[in-house]
Design a protein around this ligand. Structure first.
Ligand code: FAD
Ligand code: PYC
Length: 403
């Protein structure tokens, strides 16, 4: 039967770069591709190239643990993450590509009294922000996750912050779906093309140098996550970003045993079950800055040890593989969507350990910023000026991942 599997049309074209574009986006991760998509869809700007040094989706977009939620504390965060979550609800239909959005429910466990107070506060904030979350008691947690030990003894489960329409999506499909839609709009997605320099004249962007030649552009969007500081340096400014590896691992596949996503931020680990049956597990970032896209033994041990009291079944599971991605951390754990000191250059970065869930909302807001030259309501609070003004959007608790 497989002999018919030939001559398939490519999902996206692989053109040679043109000499000039209205907008060049560096980075074909989810955020870069979503920015391109909403530039075309919402603003009619289609003379766009997305430049990628590797393969599209090969950065953090293809390395994350696919958790989607919008249970943040501060108003600007709740707005952009909830916009993203609500776009995820219909993304498969919008892109005509199955991104396997699975709003299976997400729990953030409270395992200290401090966390109980913190998450109750988040529920109140979310209710005011129009984000549907609720506080649930231990018995309800046990009902939702029968395999969980809620008794302790070290870290009993005291309740949880529950978002019923949080969940997961297939990370590659999100990148592929956006890429196919961008290509269909006539945009150029250029892979295996590294940006090596940014050309400016009198404080205005002129274009980029790449391993496939020079490309001119009227506007440049830098959307490269862990390499944001590198691109900023090429452009002649600095960013308040630190890069470090975040790791994850999966177990051997087992029969369905947990149909929600669980984050246990005090012991520090989180877990969901993939459609293939693997337990998808992650912990905190590496404790030092680095550009290492790989896993390490220490993390396998630390993360499984952290989760084992709450999930005793983990003690008998074999781990199958592990990996890492380079995440871009800001001091307040909130993203940057901003103009820069160079005319025509915009940055979208700082999503750190939590940007997969934000992809549609971030792309929507970034497209508006690039198209109009000024941020719209979703991006307005996330400018670089907040670091000078001390106007931080502190999400170090909601980020949920130790750093
Ligand atoms: P990327 O997908 O990294 O894309 C940036 C692209 O830029 C890369 O493809 C890179 O090759 C390219 N690039 C870099 N330099 C250049 C250059 N010079 N020239 C051309 N191209 C260049 N978030 C969640 O919301 N939920 C989760 O469960 C979650 N889990 C995570 C687990 C792990 C292990 C990791 C690593 C991250 C996790 N995240 C999670 C975070 C999330 O993955 C990222 O915030 C998000 O994917 C960032 O997307 P991006 O498009 O900005 O970056
Ligand atoms: O942001 O929800 C998140 C997350 C979970 C695991 C890594 N990031």
């Amino acid at each position: 039967a497989l002999r018919w599997h030939s001559g398939w049309e490519r999902a996206w074209k692989s053109p040679a770069p043109k000499k000039k574009y209205d907008v060049v986006i560096v980075g074909a991760g989810g955020h870069g591709l979503a920015t391109a998509y909403y530039l075309g869809k919402n603003h009619g700007i289609r003379n766009v190239a997305v430049i990628e040094k590797g393969w599209l989706g090969g950065g953090n977009t293809g390395r994350n643990t696919t958790i989607i939620r919008s249970n943040y504390l501060q108003d600007p965060s709740a707005a952009i993450y909830e916009k993203a979550r609500s776009l995820y609800e219909n993304l498969s239909q919008d892109l005509n590509y199955n991104v396997m959005f699975s709003p299976r429910g997400l729990l953030m466990l409270a395992q200290t009294h401090h966390e109980v107070r913190g998450y109750r506060r988040t529920v109140y904030a979310n209710n005011l922000q129009g984000v549907t979350t609720e506080w649930i008691e231990p018995a309800k947690v046990k009902e939702l996750v029968p395999i969980m030990n809620i008794e302790g003894p070290r870290y009993p489960v005291l309740g949880a912050l529950y978002q019923a329409r949080g969940g997961t999506a297939r990370h590659d499909a999100v990148a592929w779906g956006y890429a196919r839609a961008c290509s269909a709009m006539g945009m150029d997605i250029i892979q295996q093309c590294e940006v090596t320099g940014v050309r400016t004249l009198n404080g205005q962007v002129q274009g980029i140098d790449t391993t496939r030649g020079a490309i001119d552009c009227a506007k440049l969007a830098i959307v490269v996550a862990g390499h944001s500081s590198v691109l900023a340096e090429m452009s002649g400014f600095r960013l308040p970003i630190e890069s470090m590896a975040l790791q994850a691992l999966v177990s051997e596949p087992i029969k369905p045993c947990m149909d929600v996503v669980v984050m246990a931020n005090t012991v520090h680990g989180y877990m969901s079950q993939s459609d293939k049956g693997e337990m998808v597990i992650g912990g905190g970032t590496d404790g030092f800055n680095n550009y290492t896209q790989r896993g390490s033994w220490q993390h396998v041990e630390e993360t499984t040890r952290a989760l084992i009291e709450t999930f005793p079944m983990l003690s008998r599971l074999k781990m199958l593989r592990q990996w890492g991605g380079i995440v871009d951390m800001t001091g307040d754990r909130s993203p940057i969507l901003s103009k820069t000191s160079v005319g025509g250059i915009f940055v979208n970065c700082g999503w750190g350990t939590g940007g997969f869930k934000a992809i549609p909302g971030s792309g929507w807001a970034m497209a508006e910023l690039v198209a109009k030259g000024e941020p719209g309501p979703l991006a307005a609070e996330f400018g670089l000026d907040r670091f000078k003004e001390g106007r931080f959007i502190d999400e170090s608790v909601a980020a949920g991942v130790a750093h």
